[in-house]
Design a protein around this ligand. Sequence first.
Ligand code: ME8
Length: 505
Amino acid sequence: MTYFITTPIYYVNDAPHIGHAYTTIACDILSRYNKLKGDKTFFLTGTDEHGQKVEKAALSKKKDTQNFVDEMSQNFRDLIPFLGCQIDDFIRTTEERHKIATQFLWNKLKDNDQIYLSNYEGWYSIRDEAFYLESELTKTENGLIAPSGAPVEWVKEQSYFFKLSQWEDKLLEYYEKNPDSILPRSRYNEVLSFIRGGLKDLSISRTTFKWGVQVPDTENHVMYVWIDALCNYITALNYPNTDHDSFKTFWPGIHVVGKDILRFHAVYWPAFLMAAGLEPPKQIFAHGWWTNEGQKISKSVGNIINPYEIIDTYGLDQIRFFLFREVPFGNDGDFSKDAIAQRVNADLSNNYGNLIQRISSFIIKNSDSAVSKPQNYKEIDHQLLKSFDETLVNYIKNMNSFQIDKALKNIFDYLSEVNAYVDSQAPWSLKKTDDQRMKDVLYLVTLITIKISVILYPVIPSSIDKALKIYNLSIDNLNLNNIEHFSPDLINLNIPKPLFPRIDL
Ligand code: ME8
């Protein structure tokens, strides 16, 4: 199986913040998970560098636009390893390969009679880089605003249009046949009702500024930034060379996006693709929005969360874990310091880290730093192993359906069961009464800890690398296909270092 996963490409008008980090980490988790399943994966991210919003940002900094985007794009690229993410490609829309792909796509749409020249007159929001109908806007003291709260301005210019209205039935037909192609289900319903409300042709070129991909065979039209941006997903697969291995292997892919840009991905993008004779995306997952201690994150409120700061304060895996354990993926979430501390302490420090710490230290002290496979398991041991197998089945089901929070909850519920097993079997008491049983219990708990570590790997990879080193193991040899039956004859242990120090409230 192959798995192509993408983040949105981020606007370079400003520095990356927690929202961008969130989407990128989500894709990293899903990509690592699918690799662990044995899939051939491709994880793409990058930057969206054209359009008026970016041009205005460069102007306000009095910088040359190209220099400005070079610098800003680098900030997004640098953040990736800091987030513990492993990508396969980073795309920039100012690259030559992307110009070739977008102009080819444009010509293809034109050849297929999907584009015509007319005049656009209507509302436009530079902040959203989106056109709005008057009926979508709200009157405020400061004028009309878009549903996102962004200001709008009246635009009147010559423009090329894409015949989006012709794709209403085809899109509906496609989505009715593929109900899991937009997730969560509430977002699917939202998109379908938007399409059923009627689609108007879409303005796809601008003439009042220059910062964009030039429309082929024109003097003064640049492409609307969204047709340019969306095309990144196939540029990276070598479009227009659709016979290329990477296109054949990986398209159609899976797009993870914030709910703010679902319409672009679930309506415009599949329509462009179908109109160009290509398959629509396999799946689109729209996640929710993060607030900071209950408040909308915004520059004007001054409460932007800097990913570097919070990771320096709490630790990389602590943040990765918190973001995906605390809030159901798809829902909005609130970033709160107390919630991080509570979550990390309860799950990572107590339930997981302490279990590793106390059992491995005990083995080093009382069992010559090694444990061997027992001759026989007791009924209670079989129960614990059976529970792991059930946890694994649930984990796979949840991860396959983007329910990362549920997958994690299952693991931690199971870890509570493992801790209860340790307390009931009390190896420290067995030490005085039944040395063999003590060793059997220690082996079983160690084995289970290793299995759990493997399934936690996609979310907290660097900590799991450290945890597995305690057992002289590496994730390179463990995966979702061999973990169920993994039971080596002997496990040698190294002295553990605490993985997750408690966070003071
Ligand atoms: O929309 N909570 O780029 P963008 C959660 N260039 N996620 C958030 C967030 C928050 N508070 N803030 C941002 C664009 N995000 C276009 C995309 S794709 C072909 C073009 C995340 O820089 C979320 O994924 O505004 C959102 O969709 C994305 O950043 C928007 O990034």
